[in-house]
Design a protein around this ligand. Structure first.
Ligand code: EPZ
Length: 418
């Protein structure tokens, strides 16, 4: 096992380039098996979850060639419709194979997904959507078994805005007979990126990025080329780190509109955020003002950014209230911040944070992926040394995090746990 050690109280100054979006990459690499020939996918992040998806593709019989940030996936010879249990349990996104394999074979056997422990994370809407398309689904011994004679387009209303369910239904509906309409669909950038990829394969998807997506089934999906969009959450994490350390960082290779909710909140806190064509600069010279945050589906404030930004709130002037409206237990990491001196009270989905003047370095651990990012931000601003364990979570979603932070002036290293 390894841990990260950070010597805190150092400003981040300089430039950082953001990698491809994890949550786009996972959906798009899975969607590639729907094509009858090669798909070339560029700007993939070098992270553990992408490696897991690649292992699943290989295990199913797909051909996958990797060259730096590019993968060429050929799923035309896949014959398996079952996913390896051990691999699937390592991450949540393995459930995209449910929609993709139903779209390809009208058959799929997928273990219940793993992923960050931030709530119950049911998959009832995924099942509701696939059953509406004509799938018969059985859940037994932790495996989802789905099959259909054929998939027929339907209108599906999502009771809760769900990124995963929207994507899974889109994957299954691409080759269904007739038109599928997803109402109350998620609008995250990953949805648009995946729809663009599927349309490049010859699918007929309209309305991605709005809350009504129409998919007209086609009979063939062919290979294509695609470049993954920049990672909104990695960019947001660096924005929070730059602001928390009272730094001055130019964050390159971003799509500023994807970061609007984060930029708006930082500006409300008194942080300067200057937007350019494909980059933005975050400058903070003093103590930020406490603000309230309520997480919402896109374009609202992202739930994945609640954790890194909470460090900034822990040091702000005043009392801040965070309302986590997406996941029911995404505050576990706040106990780690309290060990560093933060003053926080949690009641259900609401955290009340009373700003303190400093945090002190301490041995802490990552409870999930974005919590791990929050722990790194906390270590960067805390006085003294912080040791973060359980950092496998961080490696699932952040490419070369230490390297990028060292270039910005951080004193951070990875060592083996003694
Ligand atoms: C995706 O998770 C992301 N993961 C999460 O990012 C992100 O936090 C989340 O979307 C919200 O933006 C990936 O893309 C791999 P949801 P997902 O379905 O799809 C409820 C990260 O750090 N729900 O949009 O699992 C659910 O319980 C990860 O990169 C149902 O009730 O999230 C939650 O309350 C963490 N029934 C809400 O919807 C369902 O069938 C939103 O979940 C599905 C979801």
């Amino acid at each position: 096992m390894q841990k990260i050690i950070i010597e805190g109280s150092r400003r981040l100054v300089g430039e950082v380039t953001i990698s491809g979006a994890k949550n786009s990459a996972l959906a798009i690499l899975t969607a590639a098996i729907l094509a009858d020939s090669k798909c070339t996918i560029r700007n993939l992040p070098d992270i553990r979850d992408v490696a897991y998806i690649k292992d699943m593709l290989l295990q199913m019989g797909a051909k996958v060639e990797t060259n730096q940030d590019t993968m060429v996936v050929d799923g035309s010879n896949i014959s398996k419709y079952k996913i390896d249990m051990d691999l699937a349990k390592k991450m949540r996104a393995s459930y995209y194979f449910l929609g993709a394999l139903m779209g390809k074979f009208n058959k799929a056997e997928i273990p219940f997904p793993g992923g960050c422990d931030i709530g119950v994370r049911p998959i009832d809407l995924h099942i509701k959507g696939l059953e509406a398309l004509g799938a018969k689904i059985k859940l037994s011994h932790g495996v989802i078994k789905a099959k259909a004679t054929e998939l027929v387009g339907a209108t599906i209303y999502l009771d809760v805005v769900s990124v995963g369910a929207t994507l899974n239904i889109m994957l299954a509906a691409c080759k269904a007979k007739g038109v599928t309409t997803i109402e109350n669909a998620a609008k995250e950038p990953y949805i648009v990126d995946t729809a663009n990829f599927l349309n490049a394969m010859g699918a007929n998807i309209k309305g991605a990025g709005t809350d009504v997506i129409k998919i007209k089934g086609v009979s063939v999906l062919h290979g294509c080329e695609h470049t993954i969009i920049p990672d909104q959450m990695e960019a947001g994490t660096f924005m929070a780190a730059a602001a928390a350390t009272r730094g001055d960082v130019l964050i390159k290779n971003v799509i500023p509109t994807h970061l609007e909710a984060i930029s708006a909140k930082l500006r409300e806190m008194g942080v300067e955020v200057i937007e350019y064509e494909d980059s933005l600069r975050v400058i903070n010279n003093g103590r930020t003002k406490a603000v309230n945050i309520k997480t919402l589906p896109y374009p609202g404030f992202p739930t994945d950014m609640q954790q890194p930004v909470s460090v900034l709130l822990a040091l702000s002037d005043g009392t801040a209230i965070i309302t986590e409206s997406i996941f029911e237990s995404r505050f576990k990491y706040l106990d780690e911040l309290k060990r560093m001196g933060a003053k926080i009270k949690v009641e259900g989905r609401v955290a009340v944070i009373e700003g303190v003047s400093k945090l002190s370095g301490a041995p802490i651990y990552a409870t999930d992926l974005r919590a791990g990012a929050a722990m790194v931000v906390a270590g960067l601003v805390a006085e003294g040394k912080t040791e973060i364990s359980n950092i496998g979570h961080i490696d699932r979603g952040y490419e070369k995090l230490e390297e990028k932070l060292i270039k910005l002036g951080a004193k951070i290293k990875r060592v083996d746990e003694d």
